[in-house]
Design a protein around this ligand. Structure first.
Ligand SMILES: NC(=O)c1ccc[n+]([C@@H]2O[C@H](COP(=O)([O-])OP(=O)(O)OC[C@H]3O[C@@H](n4cnc5c(N)ncnc54)[C@H](OP(=O)(O)O)[C@@H]3O)[C@@H](O)[C@H]2O)c1
Length: 294
């Protein structure tokens, strides 16, 4: 039995569906079992042991508000460092495997080629720092853990860049979008399917524990992403009026905390491990937008 934590979030909801599709038995919780409370996690594990013991714990719960994290450091650390540590500890006690989700924000963004799993981390803000320390907390408490680092995620079940762009483009004549940050978008549905496949592969006994990078294929700037959202949104009838997409720099669009300038992840390790091609970012965007038409 799989315990999916954070099952009401953007990724957690998709993962719940991906597990269903593969017939993988799972039970899900969100805020009602607080990951910062080790006793609450323990109670859930004990309760579950009376019916079907847990063989996996997947953690999709996190503090994801990148700017807010700078003023809310304690809450951010409790959720992103203590939480994963508590989960890994609970899993270790019952011999369950762990799948935890992390981020490109563990890197400083000064790289010039896609980041590999073993490249040195050097986060530039509180969110990235907490996620980096959360990775360490997982491995400190579990010797049977996988971490998937992903980036630029969007999907049906949460606020994200694509939903924001569609909303702004529907009501404005122009939108200005940063053109000096490069990365790779990830459709939450694709990441959920990869995570579910990773579990199946691990259950077959031939997948080494450790960190894996996954995003959609290709790399672009936020401006290029916005332009494609506009083009595809117009073609699918999701956007009914003209809107000019204008490039700007991050200096012209100040945020509380700097974003990595370059956060492309090298996905060759997970591709080799799972033996599948990466879905190109624009193909996945189209598939996602088609689900918005229906
Ligand atoms: N979004 C991205 O672009 C992105 C990129 C790379 C990696 N990631 C990582 O991917 C993972 C999933 O992200 P997401 O965007 O799907 O997150 P999300 O939509 O914010 O989902 C997180 C879920 O955790 C719940 N939660 C909050 N505090 C909790 C607690 N104390 N105990 C239990 N559950 C709690 C949240 O509830 P509330 O909604 O009520 O707070 C929410 O349902 C995270 O690890 C994130 O760091 C995200």
């Amino acid at each position: 039995m799989i315990w999916l934590i954070g099952n009401k979030g953007m990724l957690g909801t998709e993962l719940s569906l991906a597990l269903d599709q593969r017939g993988l038995a799972h039970t899900g919780t969100d805020r009602e079992v607080d990951i910062t409370d080790p006793a609450a996690l323990h109670r859930f594990v004990e309760q579950q042991a009376k019916s079907t013991p847990l063989s996996w714990i997947i953690n999709c719960a996190a503090y994801t508000a990148v700017d807010k994290a700078e003023d809310d450091r304690d809450t951010c650390r409790r959720l992103n460092v203590d939480g994963p540590g508590n989960i890994a500890c609970a899993a270790g006690k019952i011999g369950a495997r762990v799948l935890h989700i992390s981020t490109d924000y563990v890197f400083n963004g000064k790289g010039t080629r896609p980041y590999r799993e073993d490249d040195p981390t050097d986060p530039i803000g509180m969110y990235g720092l907490s996620k980096r320390d959360g990775e360490a907390a997982v491995f400190a408490h579990s010797n049977a853990a996988y971490i998937i680092r992903s980036a630029w995620m969007y999907g049906r079940y949460g606020n994200n860049f694509v939903s924001t762009m569609l909303r702004l483009m529907a009501g404005r004549d122009t939108v200005r979008v940063v053109n000096n940050q490069r990365g790779s978008p990830t459709w939450a549905n694709d990441l959920a399917n990869i995570a579910a496949d990773l579990i199946l592969r691990s259950d077959r006994g031939d997948l080494p524990y450790g960190i894996y990078h996954y995003t959609n294929g290709g790399d672009i700037t936020w401006f290029e992403f916005a332009k494609e959202i506009y083009v595809q949104g117009r073609a699918l009838g999701l956007l009914l009026r003209d809107c000019a997409v204008i490039p700007c720099t991050s200096a012209e669009y100040p945020a509380k905390v700097a974003r990595p300038a370059y956060s492309v992840l090298d996905k060759s390790k997970i591709q080799r491990a799972l033996g599948m091609p990466l879905s190109p970012w624009d193909t996945s965007l189209r598939k996602y937008l088609e689900t918005c038409v229906r």
